[in-house]
Structure formats: structure tokens, C-alpha cells
Design a protein around this ligand. Structure first.
Ligand SMILES: NC(=O)c1ccc[n+]([C@@H]2O[C@H](COP(=O)([O-])OP(=O)(O)OC[C@H]3O[C@@H](n4cnc5c(N)ncnc54)[C@H](OP(=O)(O)O)[C@@H]3O)[C@@H](O)[C@H]2O)c1
Length: 250
């Protein structure tokens, strides 16, 4: 089966292309560096020819609210418009657990816009909502840093290894379209402030984590359960501490 992975050179995309290839699929990585740009439409018709499935794991180069909204709206419109004449039968996109619970967050608002375009496109689809990737948690600490302190809200948090996100997205992509969503998360749920206190200790990071119920997560204050999945989510097996040990050993 020919599967086009938009954002196939990125963190999740490159893992997906490798996994799909191992399972005998023709997985094609599509990104500006391979001559496919969903913002301009460059290379889209050519790469989609003969594709049964498209997986969109692209990301905006800027997380500034207006820029990220423009990225996901424009790229998703162009992609869906090119998929229809190519006869693509399944559009899969990766989103974030809790987008609908924090629409005031600029990044989440952009992902909601992306999801709505897909849901109303008429093309059979599946949405995979993942929690924060382990690879992304240092970025959260940096974004939450003020001098030598890291301000984190005591809300629930359940990050997942990127490898297990790619596995979940790949499985969904080769199955029947859900015309709905699934959620994926890591095996352990904890309070976000406690997670980061442990993580900084494990990194040997001298910054201090301050518990602050008003601390913002990329511009808005999350609620107790905003970032964690509902019951019935698919859970990974890899624990953060084990992943950290394996990553450091590589
Ligand atoms: N970070 C998290 O914790 C998290 C949690 C849940 C869901 N997600 C979602 O996961 C998805 C993938 O994230 P990631 O961290 O794997 O992304 P990433 O590593 O930043 O990769 C982004 C990819 O998008 C490509 N891209 C950028 N502009 C493009 C364009 N105009 N046309 C086509 N491709 C373009 C990039 O290509 P180049 O390499 O050529 O620039 C790259 O392949 C995102 O949609 C994000 O919303 C993230």
C-alpha cells in the first residue's frame, strides 16, 4: 500500500516511514526538503498519485498563535483539496489530547481548526490524539522557565515516547478509517509539577520547579484533566525514566 507521510522527515514522521517500510508498505516521506510543500502546494499532486493513505504529521515552524493557525489551516486545505482528485481513501492526522478542552490556547486552537477541516472534508479519516512526547518535555521546561525557576501547574500529565506514538499512528493508518478519533498516552500519570521535579533531578538540571496553579502551558492555564486522556485510551509501555536511560546510553 502506498502511504504518503506529510512531515515524514520530522520526529514522528521519520519513525513512521521506517515502521511502515518494515511492514512492507511503500511509505513516502513528504516535506519541503523532499520537494513537497503543503503551504504552497508544490509537489503535492505528484506525491499523492497512486496513494491510498495520507498521514499528516507535519508541524508549524512557528508556535506563535497567528502563524500556527495559518499553517494548519492553509496546509490542511491544500492537502485535502489535492487528495480528492488523487482518490486517497484515508486521511490520518496526529493531534493533541485535550485540544477541545483548551481552545483559548493558540496552538490547540490551530489543531482544532485542522481537525474541523478534516471532519468536514468528505474524505474518510482518522484522528489520533496523543499526549506530550517524551522528546518534547525539555521544551516544556524551557518554555516554563523564569530565571532559575520552572513554574509548573499541579495538573495531571501523562507523556508518551515518540516511538509509541508512531506505532499507534501507523496501526490506525493501515486499518479502516475511524471517521472519529483515538487517544494515546504514556503508561504513567502524575502531577505535572512532580513529573518535572523528578525529571530535572534526573537531568542534573540546577533549576528549581515551583508549583504554581496559575502557571501557563504555552500561553494558557490548563485544568486538572486538560492534558490527560479519557478512559479507553491506548497506553504505551515505555516509562519516562527507562526511556531517559536508554536515550542517554545511545
Ligand atoms: N510535541 C508534542 O508533544 C505533540 C503531542 C501531540 C501531538 N503532536 C503533533 O505531532 C505532529 C508532529 O510533530 P513532530 O514533533 O513530529 O514534528 P517535527 O519533528 O517538528 O516535524 C515537522 C515536520 O513537518 C514538516 N513540514 C514543515 N513545514 C511543512 C510544509 N510547509 N509542508 C510539508 N511539510 C512541512 C517538516 O519538514 P522539514 O523537516 O523539511 O522542515 C517536518 O518533516 C504535529 O502535528 C503536532 O501537533 C505533538
Amino acid at each position: 500500500m502506498k502511504v504518503v507521510v506529510i512531515g515524514g522527515t520530522g520526529l514522528i514522521g521519520s519513525k513512521l516511514v521506517a515502521k511502515l517500510g518494515e511492514h512492507g508498505h511503500e511509505a513516502v516521506a513528504a516535506a519541503p526538503s523532499t520537494g513537497v510543500n503543503t503551504l504552497t502546494g508544490e509537489g503535492l499532486a505528484e506525491v499523492l498519485a497512486g496513494a491510498q493513505v495520507v498521514i499528516d504529521v507535519s508541524n508549524s515552524p512557528s508556535f506563535e498563535p497567528a502563524a500556527v493557525l495559518k499553517f494548519f489551516e492553509t496546509s490542511t486545505r491544500n492537502l485535502l483539496a489535492a487528495e480528492a482528485p488523487a482518490g486517497v481513501g484515508h486521511h490520518v492526522a496526529l493531534s493533541v489530547v485535550g485540544t477541545e478542552r483548551m481552545p483559548e490556547n493558540g496552538y490547540f486552537r490551530a489543531k482544532i481548526a485542522q481537525e474541523q477541516l478534516i471532519e468536514s472534508s468528505g474524505i474518510p479519516f482518522s484522528l489520533v490524539h496523543a499526549t506530550q512526547f517524551f522528546e518534547f518535555v525539555r521544551g516544556i521546561a524551557d518554555e516554563s522557565t523564569d530565571g532559575n525557576t520552572v513554574r509548573i501547574a499541579p495538573v495531571l500529565f501523562q507523556p508518551i515516547a515518540g516511538e509509541e506514538v508512531a506505532q499507534a499512528v501507523g496501526r490506525v493508518a493501515v486499518g479502516q478509517p475511524l471517521n472519529g478519533r483515538v487517544e494515546v498516552a504514556g503508561p504513567e500519570q502524575s502531577r505535572m509539577d512532580e513529573f518535572f521535579r523528578d525529571a530535572l533531578a534526573a537531568w542534573g538540571d540546577p533549576r528549581t520547579v515551583v508549583t504554581d496553579p496559575q502557571a501557563r502551558y504555552y500561553g494558557s492555564v490548563p485544568g486538572e484533566r486538560t492534558l490527560v486522556p479519557s478512559e479507553g485510551a491506548t497506553l504505551g509501555k515505555i516509562r519516562y525514566r527507562d526511556w531517559l536511560g536508554q536515550t542517554a546510553a545511545k
